[in-house]
Design a binder for this molecule. Structure first.
Ligand SMILES: Nc1ncnc2c1ncn2[C@@H]1O[C@H](COP(=O)(O)OP(=O)(O)O)[C@@H](O)[C@H]1O
Ligand SMILES: [Mg+2]
Length: 363
């Protein structure tokens, strides 16, 4: 077994204890708590059973004249490892904190993209929120990018780092909404880069968005041809740059350490320099990183999808046709063996695994 970090140890100890953690009061529920806690999807107040949840069963329910989302913990989370096993508790813990933060008048607007929690109980395995009448984002425009970045940077400046910004965890109902906090972890925003402390400077909110979903969407834009993908990427980076400048000033004003400020400075400068030119090298670098990281996750969990194969095809194509550009852009800096043939061999092997480990698509 891997070494557990402090958060995982504390969460596993909490689960082993009999302690309860609640958000709100059972009387706030639109149906009796016992009813909610035993819902299995066959009831007539359940209007939809959502598939895809690995940590929980998710139902749309109708009660008191409106729709709700009921998330019920699975007996055993289908995601292996301590992070998977603690994700429901983690979500209830973060919901409790977000509930308090959202109630603060000076934060309520900034956190309006975070779904409300009507009631949650860790021991009863119940988490109830208003239903978001929205869609998965099919097209990333300026308004949506700005909205999402404002929310995730607000979370980060409050010391909450969201790791899993995948398409299934973002809805658009006119505003961008976040509602799944199974992998939202605490960190010290003035002294740490993210919830790994200071050991992984490469992970930050914009990187998470790019890796977990933006570059998959850009693949589809690349297929549409022309300059669509690069134009969309430049727009995204312009917005990100503006938001990170703000964030850096805010952190400086709050007395963040030089290592935190310098690292953001470095990111800001590299984006700024690239945007002054064509930004093609930056595109290659960020795309390579995004596809590599997501591919590694899929292979590690042996949960591959058609998207895994598309990412692999992109990586393979770039090594075959644009190896010199990859080298000069710095995209390959993190590769152990960056020789062209070695990379092609590695990707071919990865493709064999990715085909063997195809699972049914889930959100
Ligand atoms: N409040 C909500 N309103 C509308 N749909 C929701 C809401 N919460 C979850 N969903 C839907 O249910 C799916 C699974 O919920 P999520 O909280 O992401 O569970 P999991 O932790 O299993 O990924 C989401 O992808 C989304 O489509
Ligand atoms: Mg989810």
């Amino acid at each position: 077994m891997n070494m557990l970090n402090t958060r995982q140890q504390a969460q596993l100890a909490f689960i082993a204890s009999n302690a309860e953690l609640e958000v709100g009061h059972p009387d706030d529920c639109p149906l009796p708590l016992a009813t909610l806690a035993s819902t299995d999807g066959s009831e007539d107040y359940v209007s939809r059973v959502l598939s895809g949840g690995l940590t929980a069963h998710v139902y749309r329910i109708e009660a008191q004249g409106r729709s709700w989302t009921l998330k019920r913990a699975r007996e055993r989370c289908l995601v292996q490892g301590a992070d998977g096993q603690t994700s429901f508790l983690n979500e209830v813990q973060r919901r409790a904190e977000l509930h308090e933060l959202k109630a603060r008048p000076e934060l309520s607007e900034r956190l309006s993209g975070i779904v409300d929690t009507r009631y949650a109980s860790f021991r009863r395995g119940v988490l109830l929120s208003p239903w978001i009448d929205g869609e998965v984002v099919e097209d990333w425009n300026e308004a949506r990018l700005t909205d999402l970045f404002d929310t995730v940077i607000s979370l980060a400046s409050l010391g909450l780092f969201e790791w899993d910004l995948c398409p299934g965890n973002v809805l658009d109902d006119g505003r961008i909404r976040l509602f799944d906090f199974g992998y939202l972890y605490r960190f010290d925003p003035l002294r740490e880069f993210n919830s790994d402390g200071l050991v992984s400077p490469a992970f930050h909110p914009i990187e998470r968005f790019e890796t977990r979903q933006f570059f998959a969407w850009l693949l589809s834009q690349e297929q549409l041809g022309g300059n669509r993908a690069l134009t969309a990427f430049r727009l995204e980076k312009h917005i990100a740059l503006d938001r990170y400048r703000h964030w850096q000033r805010d952190l400086a004003g709050r007395g963040a350490t030089t290592s935190v400020l310098d690292r953001l400075d470095e990111i800001i400068h590299s984006w700024q320099t690239s945007l002054a030119g064509s930004a093609e090298a930056l595109y290659l670098r960020e795309a390579w990183r995004s596809h590599r990281l997501d591919l590694a996750d899929d292979l590690k969990g042996q949960t591959c999808t058609p998207l895994t194969l598309q990412r692999l095809a992109w990586l393979h194509d770039m090594v075959s046709t644009r190896y010199a550009d990859l080298m000069s852009s710095g995209a390959l800096a993190g590769e152990v063996d960056r020789r062209r043939d070695a990379l092609l061999d590695q990707l071919t092997l990865a493709q064999t695994h990715a085909m063997r480990w195809q699972v049914r698509q889930s959100s």
